[in-house]
Write a protein that binds this ligand. Structure first.
Ligand code: ZN
Length: 241
């Protein structure tokens, strides 16, 4: 099975279109998304329409969860909150119902999906260190799990009791190890590389690959400014932080 995995689209239509186009050309069998479809960007409606049409399985991110009223806006910093308040005013009822229908985790025989972590997915932990990764890997039932949330791509690998963190471009999944893979962000990367991030995984060959693509950043920024969203949300797209 060949999987394409995306995360943290955050209403960035320009980035999403470029990534979905590339994934179409790759002819993946299953297209997956680990949440945060909306918030920050200016195109929630068009992004949700594309995701609903193209993506096979999507789990709920903290921004999506907040828009359904299941997570308080108090949880968020001022920019995220401004983005969520704006999104709430521009969200169609059918899109709100769709977000409300998303589950926090999903799995098949090969992969698990969660936005923040596989353990306590409703708490949206940020897996940024080995202790947090260990807690998530401990409840992971498949060889590979995909997460997002930090907007920083990388892989936590556990073999026996040892856990390490790597940021490879390609990796062969070992059947003896467990892997917690952060796919990075399509719509708002925060690792200093402004290009949209996503993953390809072939569960037959065990090949995992991280991909980055340039997209029309200036167009996405202009839409954010025109919408009256905070200036910082436009600026950060070109720095990748
Ligand atoms: Zn996010």
């Amino acid at each position: 099975m060949r999987y394409g995995v995306i995360s943290d689209v955050h209403s960035n239509l320009e980035a999403l279109e470029v990534v979905l186009e590339a994934l179409k050309a790759e002819k993946v069998d299953r297209l997956l998304c680990v949440g945060d479809l909306v918030g920050y960007g200016a195109d929630p409606g068009p992004c949700l329409a594309l995701i609903r049409k193209e993506v096979h399985h999507t789990v709920c991110g903290n921004h999506d969860w907040a828009l359904t009223g299941k997570l308080s806006l108090e949880w968020f910093n001022e920019w995220a909150r401004a983005g969520l308040e704006w999104t709430k005013r521009h969200l169609a009822a059918s899109d709100a119902a769709y977000l409300n229908s998303l589950s926090l985790t999903w799995q098949d025989s090969q992969v698990t999906l969660a936005h923040g972590s596989v353990h306590e997915p409703e708490k949206f932990h940020y897996v940024m260190n080995l202790q947090e990764a260990r807690r998530s890997l401990a409840v992971q039932a498949t060889p590979v799990a995909f997460i997002g949330h930090t907007h920083v791509p990388g892989v936590f690998v556990q073999e026996g009791d040892r856990i390490g963190f790597e940021r490879p471009q390609r990796l062969t999944i070992s059947p003896l190890a467990r892997h917690l893979v952060n796919v990075g962000s399509v719509g708002q990367p925060r690792d200093g590389d402004p290009r949209a991030s996503y993953c390809l995984y072939d569960s037959d060959s065990g090949q995992l690959e991280f991909r980055r693509l340039t997209y029309p950043v200036a167009r996405a920024q202009e839409k954010i400014r025109k919408a009256g969203l905070p200036e910082f949300l436009a600026d950060r797209l070109s720095s990748g932080y």
